[in-house]
Design a protein around this ligand. Structure first.
Ligand code: NAI
Length: 256
């Protein structure tokens, strides 16, 4: 039986670990050909090798999503290896928390450069690469692109920006009639390095897990594979009537 994304070429940023790696595994298992990019060169190359051993076609490339020239080379490498691009998952992102009055302009700019410039640049070059063929662009925003959060103003600004950027480009692609669908995904808290790395405000990882789990009506935080399931759906033709939409996968966090 053919996979749900059989033969589609999918480029995933920030694919060395976390939600990006889970999305790569899920798309590969459903028949996609994969271009995995990350600033973590070794991580992304060893994941590509693992997926190739499992029977998927995959390449891993070093890539900083905030660098425009990097996008040009990644797209050239994608077209050279696979001849087309059907799916872009703009997943790479960074997070930090801190009082706004203590946030440096350099930190603010770095947050927007990776989380928002990266999504803009990826979308720009994906629209060009998908020209004439259509495709699916999936932008990983957050529940914090919908709701605000104290001491996370820079992150919320970046993820809120991704949400409306997505809708605007979806409208533009609709008007252009180019067959490109553009949607955002809004994960609740997910157990990745991003979650584990920032525990200072909670005292310990255990305390953070307890407190943050309670914010989700389902009673726990999510796992990367639970977001990857949404990525596969938006990448596949099962979501053919969805564009400009926001897929919330958050254990009920935003239902309050
Ligand atoms: P993670 O920290 O586990 O993995 C992020 C990956 O992105 C890493 O492999 C890292 O090397 C890569 N990366 C960082 N900066 C990069 C850059 N400039 N260019 C290319 N790659 C870069 O993070 P996680 O949790 O998997 O997050 C993935 C996406 O999901 C992010 O956009 C994040 O904001 C979003 N998200 C995560 C949530 C969570 O609770 N973990 C909740 C909601 C959204």
């Amino acid at each position: 039986m053919a996979g749900r994304v059989e033969g589609k070429v999918a480029l995933i940023t920030g694919a060395a670990e976390g939600i990006g790696a889970a999305s790569a595994r899920a798309l590969g298992a459903e028949g996609a050909k994969l271009v995995l990019t990350d600033i973590n060169d070794n991580g992304v190359k060893s994941l590509a090798a693992e997926l190739e051993r499992d029977g998927a076609a995959a390449i891993g490339l070093r890539h900083d999503v905030s660098d425009e020239a990097g996008w040009e080379s990644v797209m050239a490498a994608t077209l050279s290896r696979f001849g087309r691009l059907d799916v872009l998952v703009n997943n790479a992102g960074i997070a930090f928390v801190g009082p706004t009055a203590e946030t440096s302009l350099a930190d603010w700019r770095r947050m927007l450069a990776v989380n928002l410039d990266g999504v803009f640049l990826g979308t720009k070059y994906a629209i060009r690469a998908m020209a004439g063929e259509g495709g699916s662009i999936i932008n990983v925003s957050s529940i914090l692109g919908i709701d605000g959060a104290a001491t996370a103003a820079a992150y919320c600004a970046s993820k809120g920006g991704v949400r409306l950027f997505t809708k605007s480009v979806a409208l533009e692609c609709g008007e252009a009639g180019n067959g490109i669908r553009v949607n955002s995904i809004h994960p609740g808290y997910i157990h990745t390095s991003m979650f584990d790395s920032d525990v200072a405000a909670f005292g310990s990882l255990e305390a953070k897990m307890k407190k943050v789990s309670a914010l989700h009506p389902i009673g726990r935080i999510g796992q990367p594979a639970e977001i990857a399931a949404g990525v596969v759906f938006l990448a596949s033709d099962e979501s053919s009537f969805m564009t400009g939409s926001e897929l919330v996968i958050d254990g009920g966090y935003t239902a309050r």
